[in-house]
Design a protein around this ligand. Sequence first.
Ligand code: GRF
Length: 187
Amino acid sequence: MNKVKAAVFASGTGSNFDAIIGRSNLACEIVVLICDKPGAPVIEKAISSGIQTLVLNPKAFVSKQEYETKILHFLRKMDVEWIFLAGYMRLIGPTLLAAYEDRIINTHPSLLPAFPGKDAISQAIQAGVKVTGVTIHFVDEGMDTGPIIAQRALEVLEDDTEATLKVRIQDVEHELYPEVINRLVRG
Ligand code: GRF
């Protein structure tokens, strides 16, 4: 039986992309990587895994709408039903939100609504919190504001730096995100 098709949107390293495509019993097929940063390491990861890539520079478009319309045509052509954001450093606009209502998911390295936006891990260290974690949520027009699907907490250790905490947070993400994807896709 053919699996439901999905896209990952990423801008950077791609460790979550790797965790998703590497999950042995993933309930969907990742058919394309959408990347907004030409040269980002995640692109190589997709290519070496035989996954199609669409790399676009948003600055080359006159508007966000035009940029997202280009992506939307591509996703439709590939029968993509779900979008998973994995370190995609850009807000999703009305064009994609309308086309994929309740079908766009994100992972964020904090217990939302605490520490939204960039640098969530360093924000947590700065704030001196003893517990932080990972949130998987539906995407809306805001910055990390959509309905929460799952969260996992972890302790911030006395001697944690941003780097050491990031390693543990990402270990949790790499397990939790594919798990949640499977639950959602299987309904
Ligand atoms: C992840 O920690 C994710 O939560 C955040 O950006 C990071 C991306 O890391 N939104 P990677 O590119 O998947 O390694």
